[in-house]
Design a protein around this ligand. Structure first.
Ligand code: HEC
Length: 191
């Protein structure tokens, strides 16, 4: 059964009863979300079309070169720092989470295990005076080609060649592969 009106009323009263919750969204959250959208909106279609047109080995380059290059480009353009992290990194140099990132990744994984959908798994807060935001990246069908349990031998070999310490395989659909992590530029004005 569905009681949308009741649910909305309940949500409104809960928000009203919880000071700070309703109006507490950091203005930089919207900016972080639009950066995430640009990143995912570029990388995912490129990955899918490259796999379709040139095969998965060629597509490794998309995740290995294009994704980090786009993160760098977005960082340069906006002053935000943009990267990717994981609890089981493939790129052991670039994707190592710091303490705060690790904590969020562990929470995302627990929430995903409880059935919360991937796109809901994000979190932003001010940490040591800087606004930080993370958006989880759930494993979808296309990701299994390179992060799943049974990987084509040629793909597995190419991955091993570039990432001898790879830990980023064995994932199931819906698990959290990692997250996009953003840090806002230091503030020159305002609170
Ligand atoms: C064609 C192979 C391939 C596919 C498909 C693929 N990845 Fe990757 N993925 C890689 C490679 C290679 C890296 C290492 C990138 C680097 O060197 O920074 C990587 C790295 C990552 C990282 C950064 C953290 C880390 O472990 O280094 C995340 C997050 C990630 N992939 C998520 C995904 C998601 C989500 C999908 C599906 C939408 C996906 N990948 C599909 C090959 C792939």
């Amino acid at each position: 059964m569905n009681y949308p009106k009741l649910t909305a009323a309940l949500a409104a009263s809960l928000l009203a009863a919880t000071p700070g919750l309703a109006g507490d969204v950091d203005p930089r959250q919207a900016e972080a979300r639009s950066l995430v959208k640009r990143f995912v909106g570029t990388v995912k279609p490129l990955l899918t079309s490259t796999i379709q047109e040139q095969g998965p080995v060629a597509a490794i380059e998309v995740c290995a070169e294009r994704a980090p290059a786009l993160a760098d480009q977005l960082s340069e353009e906006t002053g935000w720092s943009v990267g990717r992290v994981s609890l089981k990194p493939r790129n052991t140099e670039r994707a190592q989470p710091d303490a705060w990132e690790r904590e969020q990744l562990e929470r995302f994984a627990a929430r995903a295990a409880d059935g919360e959908p991937g796109p809901m798994l994000n979190h932003g807060e001010v940490v040591d005076g800087r606004y930080r935001y993370m958006q989880a990246q759930p494993v979808g069908g296309v990701c299994l080609v390179c992060h799943g349990e049974s990987i084509e031998p040629a793909v597995a070999e190419a991955i091993r060649h570039y990432y001898p310490d790879d830990r980023a395989t064995g994932y199931q659909l819906g698990e959290i592969r990692g997250a996009i992590t953003l840090t806002a530029p230091p503030e020159s004005t305002g609170p």
